[in-house]
Ligand binder design. Structure first.
Ligand code: THU
Length: 138
């Protein structure tokens, strides 16, 4: 099945996910919505820990949920982030760790990163954000 990427819908899902963010330390809430090839959407939010290093980004929460349910093919992820209680005005791109982890489960050249700038969807392939990616040849 060829699923179309509905950027607006995916951003809406990311905004819903953002409501569940657990951010007692940074106060910065992030929501992500990951689209599978079959059209299923997995949501994620950031979840912080007082020990800091176990803190999870929204993108990897969404990806972990999907992978653990057996999903293997992904088309796009929408990400929305801003301080708690504020609407996102600036785009929110994935951190370096999330870029690497996403690259290991997607086609770098076609997988789309979608975020929002002043209320408008903006997107690019993951390869734009992670050029010369590390690839471990199994
Ligand atoms: N964060 C994400 O969830 N995704 C990103 O792409 C950037 C950062 C989270 C981690 C931390 O909980 C908070 O945002 C501030 O860095």
């Amino acid at each position: 099945m060829d699923t179309k990427i509905d950027e607006k819908k995916l951003l809406k899902e990311a905004k819903e996910a953002r409501k569940n963010a657990y951010v007692p330390f940074s106060g910065f809430t992030v929501g992500a919505a990951l689209l599978t090839k079959e059209g299923k959407i997995y949501r994620g939010c950031n979840i912080e820990s007082s020990v800091m290093s176990p803190s999870l980004c929204a993108e990897r929460v969404a990806l972990s949920k999907a992978i653990s349910e057996g999903e293997k093919e992904f088309l796009a992820i929408a990400i929305v982030g801003a301080p708690s209680g504020e609407d996102a005005k600036e785009p929110c791109y994935p951190c370096g760790v999330c870029r690497q982890v996403l690259s290991e489960h997607t086609d770098l050249n076609t997988f789309q990163i979608i975020t929002e700038e002043n209320g408008k969807a903006v997107s690019c392939p993951l390869s734009d954000l992670l050029p010369k990616a590390f690839v471990f040849d199994k």
